[in-house]
Structures are given as C-alpha cells and as structure tokens.
Design a protein around this ligand. Structure first.
Ligand code: C2O
Length: 560
C-alpha cells in the first residue's frame, strides 16, 4: 500500500496576497497550502508541527474517515487541538471516494487566515468515469479575502448587538493571488510590486480539453465563476462525477467543489479573461473598501507555466443578465454518472430549524432548534463516547417537535448542544428550514448525502399548521425522485428556504453537521451526529492523541 507522507510546519508570518500586508497562518510558508494528491486506496500521512502561538487542528473536508474518525481533525468533536509547539500525525486511508476535496483548519476561523489547501484523489477509472476526456488537470481555488486576522474580525462579529452582520471581505483571490491598487487603500501597508502579486494566470494548451477543479475555500462569500467566451461543462460535484452540463457562469458556495471541462478552441485570440465575482448582495452590509471580484487570465500556450499576469485581456463578458441568486446551482440538473438510488425506507426523520437569535448578554448565536454549539476543546465527543458517556434519554427538542423518532437511538442535549445518536445502520432524513435572511451552505462530515429537494418558504404539506413529520409531509415525499439524486457533502439552504437531505448512517464516529460560513459555525450553527456507536472502539484513539488533550494551551486560538 502506498503511503503519501507530508511534513508541514505551521507558522505565523506576514504576507501580501493582493498587495496588502497582513498577518497570516501558513503551511510550509505556502499560500494556499501544499497540494495533497493521491490515488484511491493510498494512505495519507500528514505530520503537522504547530509553530504558531495558537492551537490548531487540520480537517480533511469530505473524506469519509471510515474507521479513523479520530483523524477527522474536528476540535471538540473528534479530537483535541495541537497546542503551540507540539506536533501530531494524521494518518488515514482514502477508500470509496475520489475527486476534488480540500483541507482546512477546523479551529476557530483559522482557515480564513491561510490554513487551506487542495486534496485530490484519483480513482483508477477516473478517465472512463469522466465522460469528457481532458489533456490537463488544474486547480482553481476561490476565496474571499480579509485584510485583518480572523480573531479580530470574530471578536467584532460576535460582540453584543451585532445582529449577525458577518465580516465583509475586503477582496477576493484565485489560488491566493490578486492585485489591488495600493492608492485606494492609504490606511493599509501595501506593496503590489512583489512577484507573488498579480492577476492569476493559467496556461492551457490550445485545441484541447482541460479539467479545472474549482474549490471555494473562502469563509463566507458565494462566488460566480466564468471564463469569457468559454462554456464550462460541469463534470464533478463534491467528488461525484456527473453527466456533463454546460454553464456560462458557475455559482459556488463555500466548501463546494465543481470540476468543469473547457475547450480551448477559439481562433481569434489567445488570451481570455477569467472572472470570479462574490455575490455581494447576499451580504448583510457593504464594505466601502471592498473589491467584489478577482479577475485573471486564461492563456492559450503549450510551453509556459504562467502564474501571474500584469494585465487583463479585453474579452467579452456573457451578455445575459448576471444571475445573482444566493443559492446553489439547480441540483436536479446535475445527474451522477454512477447511478445510486436513495433508499426508499426512512428510519429516522429530523426537522431542524436553523436561525440566529440574540440571546444571553445580547449575543447573536447560531442555532439548530434551541441548540447552539461551543467546542469543548479538552473533552471531544468521540472520546467521551468511547469513555462511556451515556446519552441522556432526552427527547428530541420536545417542546416543539415530536419525540425521538428512532428506536435504539437517542437525541440528546449535552448542555444544550444537539447531538443525534444512532447505532446500527439507519437511513436518516434531515429537513432543514432556514429562518435566517442569509444562505447557509450545510456540510456533513464523514458522508455524502443525497440532496432530495430544496425550495423557498415551506415544503408542501397536507396541513399548513400540522407538525413537520413524515405523515404531514407526504405531498413532499410523494413528489421525490429517488432514482439517482445528486450526492454531495455541502448543500445550501437559501434564506427563508428549506432542503431535504438523506444519508445512510453507517460510518462509525462523531460527525459535525454545520454551516460552512466559518463565522456562522463559530457562532454555534453546528450540531453532531454520533453514528454506529455500537462499532466505536477504544483503539480508535491513539495514545499520542490522548496526549494532545493533556497539553497546556489548548484553549488558545479558539476564538472569543
Ligand atoms: Cu470543511 Cu466541518 O468542515
């Protein structure tokens, strides 16, 4: 078996991705972090040496971690953070999945300070499964970019009376690169003449197909991506290969991935503009210093490896109106190549209401039903579960909903933190209603789920004031097409909208389910699934990992 070994040193340093200098957290002095590229069935081993002043943890977004839940890197859930000065080795095998993934710190908002990077898994039959053949394979990471450290922004955001006005990005980056006019930012230390700064550029051989793996590694903004005069054929969604479908513009929410295939077949010219716009009207408040897009260059060329350009070509934007809806691409148009029908029998159904509420001390907290999450850095759920935490047999949000819905299973509230526990393999449905005025990209760790339906307002029910249960929701359930729905790991629920997702709870461990807007997760918009707890075993947690939990300084960097 092949082991892919990576040695990372995490440091605090100053950098100027778009010209503006700011403190950043970097892996091996690189931004974005180094590429992890493996074949399916390989073992990934990453030694993380934390030379920062705060504790940290690395999470491998979308990786199943079957049998290695404690390597999921989720502070307070699957493990303890790595205290300053310590090292820890993550080791796990990738099985049963391939495609485009990424990694990021799962501690506070450290990801928005630079701790992000791509993780690509090639399957043996990758070329056959992809219905469009391609000559080259590229990564395009989109991110919103802030000129201040996340800790400063988070303290402001989570302060009393902030009414959930998320920090608005100062700009956007492609693969960690952009260029700002320093004259516009007199209050910032700025130098846009260093070699890392410029318009992001990609060389593509002419007359070929090229696969571009687009990853939104940002903290907050939804992006709309395009290449002037080139159609984007979407072929992969969060690791699921789909039948090619053409778009002019691609909307992508935080943590989502799409592969697109482009054809470099234009004759008139050799340089085209690439545009990634943040959909700013999804933001609560504008920022006067913000530049809302990053533009780059696609250049037809077989013999150079350009990364930055000094000017932009004048090519044609699409002339249709820019669709600026704050929601995902239409999921029903994206059809998996490998047909997998969703199970028809549902063992457990949960209705989750997500919202922001001003609560104690006038703080705005993100909530699932009445539960708001805070990481317990020293005593992660997985450890407590293995060490014999007995779930209180509390009913599932009893005041508002029907009691716990499945036999052998429990929904319990650990100091008002919603955790749903199951043993044995169960098919679980989650209906989420979003009562907030913002879009939430929800991510489930350890799984891909089927996106069964999404919509605005409420789903169709028999009686408008009846309970949100399977019986009352029969009109919605009867309308579902279970033959081959899209499987992905991050799906948005639009403002004042809803989504119905289904997954087969067969992966042993404690898994976070949360909004991937990092500000929202930090404000508590996170709950946990403890699945196949009958299979959780002690050997799951190594002595080295338990040692991490005993270190000093774990609380450092966990945010306000
Ligand atoms: Cu990509 Cu809980 O995260």
């Amino acid at each position: 078996p092949t082991i892919r070994q990576y040695n990372w040193t995490l440091r605090e340093t100053e950098s100027n991705p778009d010209g503006v200098w700011r403190p950043m957290l970097l892996i091996n002095d690189q931004f974005p972090g180094p590429l992890i590229e493996v074949n399916e069935h390989d073992t990934i081993r990453v030694t993380v040496n934390n030379q920062m002043t705060n504790s940290t943890a690395m999470h491998w977004h979308g990786i199943y971690q079957n049998g290695t839940n404690s390597m999921d890197g989720t502070v307070g859930i699957t493990g303890c953070p790595i205290a300053p000065g310590l090292s820890f080795t993550y080791e796990f095998k990738v099985r049963g999945q391939s495609g485009t993934y990424w990694y990021h710190a799962h501690q506070g908002n450290q990801a928005s300070d630079g701790l992000v990077g791509p993780l690509i898994i090639h399957s043996r039959d990758e070329k056959q499964l992809q219905q469009l053949q391609y000559a080259s394979d590229r990564i395009i990471m989109l991110s919103d970019h802030y000129h201040d450290l996340s800790g400063i922004l988070a303290r402001r955001y989570l302060a009393p009376d902030m009414e959930n006005a998320e920090p608005v990005p100062d700009g956007a980056l492609i693969n960690g690169r952009a260029i700002r006019n320093c004259d516009d930012l007199p209050h910032r230390k700025c130098d846009n003449t260093t070699s890392n700064v410029g318009f992001p550029a990609f060389d593509l051989e002419p007359n070929r197909h090229h696969r571009l793996r687009i990853i939104n590694v940002g903290a907050f903004a939804e992006f709309q991506f395009q290449i002037d005069e080139h159609e984007l054929a979407v072929t992969e969604v969060d690791g699921t290969d789909v039948q090619p479908i053409n778009y002019h513009r691609l909307n992508i929410n935080p943590a989502q991935r799409y592969s697109v295939v482009v054809h470099t077949d234009k004759r008139e010219r050799t340089k085209f503009r690439m545009r990634a716009r943040m959909i700013t009207h999804c933001f609560a408040e504008p920022n006067p210093f913000m530049v809302d897009s990053v533009q780059g260059v696609i250049q037809y060329s077989s013999n150079s490896e350009a990364k930055a350009a000094t000017k932009l070509p004048d090519t044609m934007d699409w002339n249709e109106a820019i669709g600026l809806e704050c929601k995902d691409l239409n999921t029903t148009e994206l059809v998996p190549v490998q047909v997998v029908a969703a199970p028809t029998k549902v063992d457990a159904f949960f209705y989750l209401r997500s919202n922001f509420e001003i609560g104690a001390y006038r703080l705005s907290r993100g909530k699932f039903n009445t539960s708001s999450w805070r990481a317990d850095v020293k005593s992660p759920t997985l450890f407590r579960s293995i060490d014999g935490l007995q779930a209180k047999n509390a009913s599932f949000d009893a005041e508002q909903d029907k009691g716990p819905v499945f036999v052998n299973n429990r929904a319990f509230d650990q100091s008002a933190q919603l955790t749903i526990q199951s043993s044995g393999v169960q098919t679980v449905d989650i209906l989420i209603s979003n009562f907030d005025d913002g879009n939430h990209p929800y991510h489930l760790h350890g799984y891909k789920f089927w996106v069964l339906a999404q919509g605005h307002g409420y789903p169709s029910r028999k009686s408008l004031d009846g309970p949100m249960d399977l019986d009352n929701l029969s009109p919605l359930y009867e309308s579902l097409d279970l033959s081959n729905p899209l499987r992905r790991d991050t799906a948005s629920v639009e403002a004042f909208g809803w989504a119905l997702i289904r997954f087969v709870a067969d992966n042993p461990g404690a898994w976070a389910f949360h909004c991937h807007v990092s500000w929202h997760a930090e404000a508590g918009l996170l709950m946990q699934f403890l699945t196949r707890t009958d299979l959780l075993i002690d050997s799951e947690i190594s002595e080295a990992h338990r040692e991490l939990c005993r270190a000093d300084g774990l609380e450092k960097g966990t945010g306000p």
